[in-house]
Design a binder for this molecule. Structure first.
Ligand code: ADP
Ligand code: MG
Length: 559
């Protein structure tokens, strides 16, 4: 037996780790399963390049609860460690064997998906365990080793009789952490962090219908049919999908696969997504993922169903603030990137160059996808407009790059249900909707019912009236007015409409002059003149005989 001291400079690092390393104690399981996954992927790599004599086979990782013994086991069939390696990798806190491995096999293991890199993950076990054991046998065939440490800097290392390749980590769960001996709690954690990890993870067993058994149906004398019960068999309960959709090439996937993956991600969400965007880039940074535009519904769970961030298929967080541009946080889906620095503050993230590039890449991909959807099936795009406009309009306001690109697909609906792009709108209205200064005036309504008579009146004059009813429209209008040359927007019930050149100057009212004066007086009495203007209309149409307008400046003053 060897005895020794764990090689750290501080007197006792464990209390520190327990308190400060991770605020969330539950992540210990993610870290240990990540290590088990790394060990398996490393072994796979060595087997592939012929540096190991054993066969790769079909390894899996097992998580096991021993309730009576108050122990939690994490068992892998990875490359294992020799006693020397345990000394080197485990006893040296903050020495990452994962980094060392990637360094050594730089050329071939770049895309192996190895997760670790801080060299601290293992010690998170001490956040929940009062004692940790490692029993491990290296793929090299060297004698197995048994390491034990009770949370003090002292450890013991002795031989073990473990005969099969791989590592078993045994956590003696501490009194204040017994929640991690509950099956329900562990299931919850596995679902949260490990649902898409690349090596199958077994947690207990389950009963399923035997696929090799076909129940027989018999008919009795009276012609009544009975089918015998299906035969059940016990199989491993594998909690993860090792090959989630985002790790595949877009060419391998059909529309149905994307929808299926959406259901996998959000099992409680019954509404299908409107469309997806497959992200896939490996230079200048590495990022994969699938984003979905959800259908806006009243019972949307914006709090819960969010974009999830992964690193090499390990769930990290669903707080993607700073990584995904804010206007896209209403989307759903996953992004996976080993290049996003994680254990750093959000403000640092926002300043990080790689992260900025990632954010603008995502913006660009979303804009490109919207453009191609618009070009390939405009009718369908128009149908979806109500569901996607919030995201697009918000994006146009908050991201200059997106604003520029959005010209190709942002739609301006009219009160009659037509949709124009900005260019179409411009061409359609430029001939007869300019004011004295030659400025194009775009009329819009925000409520079809309330502004009905104004809309009819404007239409009677041959003007186009847009229906802009989303809450951020006032801001978008301002943005368009300041960016686009020589245009302004005016509410259909504002006074701007009178300044349009097309207005017929000497139109005749349906009313006689006496009737006009009479009506005028009555109206002026009931309508406060400091707020509204009353005008009798020249009505050659079926619109109203008079309209009450609120001058643009009065309205803006009020806002
Ligand atoms: P990191 O994963 O960032 O390298 P950890 O503290 O999580 O750091 O682990 C330290 C090292 O211990 C690993 O790099 C690896 O060499 C070794 N190790 C940990 N768990 C296992 C395991 N299950 N099988 C083989 N080696 C392991
Ligand atoms: Mg690790």
């Amino acid at each position: 037996m060897t005895k020794g001291s764990i090689n750290v400079s501080v007197e006792n690092i464990f209390p520190l780790i327990k308190k400060f390393l991770y605020s969330d104690h539950e992540i210990f399981l993610r870290e240990l399963i990540s290590n088990a996954t790394d060990a398996t992927l490393k072994f796979k790599h060595l087997a592939n390049i012929g540096e190991s004599k054993s066969e790769y086979g079909t390894p899996q990782i097992e998580v096991k609860i021993d309730k009576e013994g108050k122990k939690l086991h994490i068992i892998d069939q990875g490359l294992g460690m020799t006693a020397e390696e345990v000394e080197k990798y485990i006893n040296q806190v903050a020495f990452s064997g994962a980094e060392e491995f990637l360094d050594k096999y730089k050329d071939t293991a770049k895309d192996s998906g190895i997760i670790g890199h801080f060299g601290l993950g293992f010690y998170s076990a001490f956040m929940v365990a009062e004692k940790v054991e490692i029993i491990t046998k290296s793929h090299t065939g060297a004698d197995a080793a048994h390491w034990t440490c009770d949370g003090s800097p002292e450890f013991t290392l002795e031989p073990s009789d473990k005969s099969d390749r791989g590592t078993e980590i045994i956590l003696h769960i501490a009194e204040d952490s017994t929640e991690f001996l509950e099956e329900g709690r562990i299931t919850e954690l596995l679902n949260k962090y490990n649902k898409f990890m690349p090596i199958p993870i077994k947690f207990g067993t389950k009963e399923v219908n035997d696929p090799d058994f076909t129940p027989e149906t018999t008919t009795d004398a009276e012609g009544k049919e009975t089918t015998e019960p299906h035969k059940q068999i016990t199989v491993d309960n594998i909690i993860n999908n090792p090959n989630p959709a985002w790790t595949k090439q877009p060419t391998e996937l059909e529309d149905e696969d994307y929808k299926g993956f959406y259901r996998e991600l959000y099992p409680m969400q019954f509404e299908e997504p409107l469309f997806h965007i497959h992200l896939n880039v490996d230079y200048p940074f590495n990022l994969t993922g699938i984003l979905y535009f959800p259908k806006m519904t009243n019972d949307m769970n914006i709090q819960k169903d969010k974009i999830q961030l992964f690193q090499n298929q390990v769930f990290v967080t669903d707080n993607v603030e700073g990584i995904v541009p804010e206007f896209l946080t209403m989307l759903r889906g996953v992004i996976d990137s080993p290049d996003i620095p994680l254990n750093v503050s959000r403000s640092y993230l926002q300043a990080d160059g790689a992260v900025k590039k990632i954010s603008s890449y995502i913006t660009r991909k979303v804009a490109d996808k919207l453009k191609s959807l618009f070009n390939s099936n405009r009718e369908d795009f128009e149908k979806k407009w109500d569901d996607i406009k919030i995201v697009i309009e918000y994006g146009m306001l908050s991201e200059e790059k997106f604003f520029e690109k959005a010209d190709a697909f942002a739609l301006y609906p009219t009160v009659d249900g037509k949709f124009y792009t900005y260019e179409e709108l411009f061409n359609k209205t430029k001939a007869n909707q300019t004011d004295k200064d030659g400025k194009l005036v775009i009329l819009y309504a925000s409520n079809k019912d309330e502004q009905h008579s104004y809309i009819e009146s404007a239409k009677a004059k041959g003007y186009e009236v847009l229906l802009l009813d989303s809450p951020i429209v006032p801001h978008l209008i301002q943005k368009l007015e300041t960016t686009k040359e020589n245009i302004s927007f005016a509410r259909v019930d504002g006074d701007h409409i009178d300044n349009l050149i097309k207005k017929e100057e000497n139109a005749i009212s349906k009313l006689t002059e006496d009737q006009q004066t009479e009506l005028d007086t009555i109206l002026k009495e009931i309508v406060p003149s400091e707020k509204f203007m009353v005008q009798l209309e020249a009505m050659d149409s079926d619109a109203s005989p008079f309209i009450i307008t609120q001058p643009e400046f009065m309205r803006r003053m009020k806002e």
